[in-house]
Design a binder for this molecule. Structure first.
Ligand SMILES: [Zn+2]
Length: 137
């Protein structure tokens, strides 16, 4: 009984929750970013190391360039969804009806997209193992 209880307590967040909250892939506790995403002036400022376990977030030089592909994919999905929505709502309107809302929304979502892209890329391609016990090595 005691053992199963302890194991459950160890896994505080699922991988998906950790990605959504932009937490460290190793401990799922430490925050990757210094400020919340709605601080649009500082949304991109990251902790270099995890404040909880000390993992270096940029696991190799230039690692974050890879996150641009995730960001690009997110933008393409957004563009496709918005394109379909605009097409049906305005019944195949002129091109500007597509360009204006898609541009505005893409720019408005930059802070969110930037952070989620880095979190997804680090969790999926950083090859960092989940070690809940790791504390400031
Ligand atoms: Zn950590």
């Amino acid at each position: 009984m005691e053992d199963t209880k302890n194991i459950r307590l160890d896994v505080k967040r699922s991988k998906l929750q950790a990605i959504g909250e932009a937490r460290c892939p190793q401990c799922r506790e430490g925050k990757m970013f210094k400020y919340p995403f709605w601080r649009v002036d500082k949304f991109s400022e990251m902790n270099t190391h995890c404040p909880e376990c000390g993992l270096k977030f940029e696991v190799e030089p230039g690692f974050w360039y890879g996150a641009m592909f995730v960001s690009y994919a997110n933008t393409v999905v957004l563009l496709a969804i918005l394109g379909v929505v605009v097409f049906y709502i305005f019944n195949d309107p002129p091109v500007m009806y597509y360009i204006v809302p898609i541009t505005i929304l893409s720019i408005a979502l930059v802070p969110f997209n930037f952070r989620i892209s880095r979190a997804v890329f680090l969790h999926l391609f950083g090859f960092v193992k989940y070690k809940p016990e790791e504390k400031n090595a």
